[in-house]
Design a protein around this ligand. Sequence first.
Ligand code: AMP
Ligand code: MG
Length: 521
Amino acid sequence: MPLHIENRFSVQLPADTDESNTTRQVHQACFSYVTPRIPSNPSWIHYSKDVAALIGITEEELQSDEYLNYLSGKILIQDTKPYAMAYAGHQFGNWAGQLGDGRAINLTEVVYENNYYTLQLKGAGSTPYSRRADGLAVLRSSIREHLCSEAMHYLGIPTTRSLSLILTGDEVLRDMLYDGHPALEKGAVVCRVAPSFIRFGSFELFASRNDVTNLKRLTDFTIKHHFPQIIGLGKQQYIEFFQTIASTTLEMIIHWQRVGFVHGVMNTDNMSIHGITIDYGPYGWLDDFNLNWTPNTTDREHGRYRYGNQPEIALWNLYQLANALYPLIDEAAPLEAVLNQYKADYDKQYNAMMQSKLGLLSAEDTDALLMEELVQTLQFEEIDMTLFFRNLSKINKTTTIDEALALIENAFYNSPRLLENTNQLWADWMASYLNRLQKETASNDNRTALMNSVNPKYVLRNYMAQLAIDAADKGDYSVLNELYELLQHPYDEQTNNEKWFAKRPDWARNKVGCSMLSCSS
Ligand code: AMP
Ligand code: MG
């Protein structure tokens, strides 16, 4: 069946009048038309048939040369005119001015079963927003984006999706560690799918230029097509718009904290207005539970985007969005009220999330202390977050302290014996936890089921993605396929996959790609 093409963004919003593909500042426009670069020899690596089904493509169609050509940028889908979006942003806390899609090109919007989706190629060549870079993406970063988008989706976390991962047949020059040793790597293209790719930075661009006309056009468009539930008029609709973004953003952050996902580059240009995770660059997953960990080498010194700081940073980014929308509202108080609400809601939702991770179905006054002590105790030595929480569900009301400690022991990187000096801390915490469980009226089975639905058994640990990359680089996609299947059911017991329910192996502790990543993708 042909795709149902219906372009709203590029038809209803102002286009850059210059159609040349040269790096420039683009004014009074939401996007620039640009044609993807033609890859020399595209070949399939992987696709997601679930994402294809979302937009009405059958697996058979997807496997055709036609789609290999569309999704690699070799041939344009009929009746479409691709474009790169204009946006600005704050990067690492500083105003960065115009950024835009430097290596992303929107192919088209499609409608299927009354839902609209934008198809976007990442790594399909330069655009007017490429600045000094090449607009390309390498295999390693494309595998990471493809696998992680889908893993996040199956974890129940709002995210952009990834339809396809295609090798371009071209080579790309990258200095992976920024140490003056550039090397050629395989180039790849991912096709991302989302309701839209509008970001906080899309609004910041117009606000920074005092272009209130286009700020209003973009905001009105976004509300009309993406937030139809907003019924207020005038200023009220903009306040509701901001309120909705604040609450979906908060929900997303709570999910990230729940599973130990660290985005790595929470710049305002990487914040979707849909509250979905976007732009998988140097992201990472906590192996050992460490509030200060960040995967991003560029951010090692300041740790701005470290795990424990993500809720704060989301709020900081919302402040920037509030500033950008301010000209449409002309009043600070309602925006401030939303920002204050975020703080209150965060505490409430964080507590509820932690309650569920601990299997506490009722609420007791002492729970906040129990959770705080846990977060502190988890940090005294290296303890694997995923293993720890998953194993906790095996504890029940009749478990003794010694049995309970034995159940969590394999989460300790210093196992088999718990470290002497933290032994007592753990014995104390476990005693409080077991004591607390006595107050629960739910059956052990119910509690275990709840815990196993929020504490994943399998996540995309950094070393796992790296194993898939190393094999794929040699033309072997079996690990990638295996991980993709595994991560479609992250909460299930998968008896054949116990090997992935394990601590990060020692060889991966300091290996590039497994413990640290740069932005050079
Ligand atoms: P990021 O923080 O990685 O999402 O990217 C920040 C900005 O740099 C965005 O405007 C990107 O489009 C741009 N960018 C990143 N990598 C490239 C690349 N290889 N070529 C062109 N632009 C890029
Ligand atoms: Mg980005």
